[in-house]
Write a protein of this length. Structure first.
Length: 381
């Protein structure tokens, strides 16, 4: 019985090609399939929006590494979210979302789906009593991110699953920040896992993609139907790149965590750093919950500096090995100023972030080089 995470990441959905023995699923750059007589489909393939063998390989692997019954691959994380929300919710339904939801997710609710009659409330998910109080008779879904972006807040997935169950609502976990290697939401009671596979799952900053993984077969069927009906699927080359990334996910995440822990130590000791946000710190308000539901604490680190916004921007500008850029989860280290970059659109909203905040996506480079670069970027005083 094969069930180790690393084994599944390398093999699930990836039998050697029956014709050639190729050990890696080929890129099936094809839209349609010859039928053996009308309706005589070979292995079920008919048209590549409905299914494509390269995408199938990725989808089976995603289901295996998240411990679900069905995995589905999309053109982006937001395409996956949109498909899920319109498959499951109808006008008039209510969704509880994180008080500090990913900006694109917030925008999808606030600017797109609200026009179609979906109601939502941002709630601080670290506070289970607040979530319980926000549940309404028409609440259809609780949408969770943990850890959150960029403040690294932590929510108790098992506790939220219990609230969702009592409310007859679905629990959806955006597992992008943790990755399936560090956190398994379906085993903690979630119904659906969402990923921006653009981030850790793909892991090499070379492809945009998204995924849904359902725990139950019935919901998996429903989502599969909508994936085809709505059509925002991953193309074969994108699916292939993502599958290639998954093979090393466990190795990469261990190194991301190793390096992040050393970066945290450096920042904690630095006179110009006023606060370090990392769920691995025992001083972090969500540390105990994170320790319960995560294998390790990930590669994302945020910190605040003395000197306010100008100083934070200067640190970002001075970094050299840490590349100044948005996104996260790739092998290369990134640095950014959330207030002016990823979270600029949140200014003046409840999602506004501190101006002196810097966010790091710690990569897998030699840690001495990363520490050296941060030291020079932080400067003296
Ligand atoms: C990037 C991201 C998304 C959106 O995914 P895209 O692939 O950019 O569409 C959703 N959730 C989180 C937590 C993200 O970081």
């Amino acid at each position: 019985m094969i069930e180790g995470f690393e084994t599944l990441a390398v093999h699930a959905g990836q039998e050697a090609d029956p014709q050639t023995g190729a050990v890696v699923p080929p890129i099936y750059a094809v839209s349609t399939y010859k039928q053996d007589g009308v309706g005589g489909l070979r292995s079920g393939y008919e048209y590549s929006r409905s299914a494509n063998p390269t995408r199938t390989a990725l989808e089976e692997c995603l289901a295996a590494i998240e411990g679900g019954t069905r995995g589905l691959a999309f053109a982006s994380g937001l395409a996956a979210e949109d498909t899920l929300l319109r498959a499951v919710c109808k006008p008039g339904d209510h969704v509880i979302i994180p008080g500090d939801a990913y900006g694109g997710t917030y925008r999808l609710f606030a600017k797109v789906l609200s026009r179609w009659g979906l109601h939502f409330d941002p709630v601080p998910l670290g506070d289970l009593a607040a979530v319980r109080a926000a549940v309404r008779p028409d609440t259809r879904m609780i949408w969770v991110e943990t850890p959150t972006n960029p403040l690294l807040g932590v929510a108790d997935i098992a506790g939220l699953a219990e609230i969702a169950r009592q409310a007859d609502a679905l629990l959806v976990v955006d597992n992008t920040f943790a990755s399936p290697y560090l956190q398994q939401p379906l085993a903690l009671g979630a119904d659906v896992v969402v990923h921006s596979t653009t981030k850790y799952v793909g892991g090499h900053s070379d492809v945009v993609g998204g995924a849904l993984v359902a725990r139950d077969r019935g919901l998996g069927e429903e989502l599969t139907y909508h994936q085809n009906a709505m059509g925002a699927v991953a193309g074969p080359f994108d699916a292939w790149l993502t599958l290639r990334g998954i093979k090393t996910l466990a190795l990469r995440m261990e190194r991301h965590c190793d390096n992040a822990e050393k970066v945290v130590d450096l920042l904690l000791a630095h006179p110009r750093v006023t606060e370090v946000l990392y769920p691995g710190l025992s001083s972090h308000p969500g540390h105990e919950v994170a320790a319960k539901q995560m294998r390790r604490f990930g590669g994302m680190v945020s910190f605040r500096v003395t000197g306010g916004e100008e100083a934070a921007v200067r640190v970002c500008d001075r970094a050299r090995l840490f590349t100044l850029g948005e996104s996260l989860g790739g092998v290369e280290s990134l640095i950014e100023h959330p207030g002016r970059m990823t979270h600029a659109s949140a200014a003046g909203s409840p999602l506004e972030v501190p101006a002196d905040l810097v966010r790091l996506s710690v990569g897998i480079e030699s840690v001495g080089d990363l520490l050296g670069d941060l030291t020079q970027a932080l400067g003296d005083a």
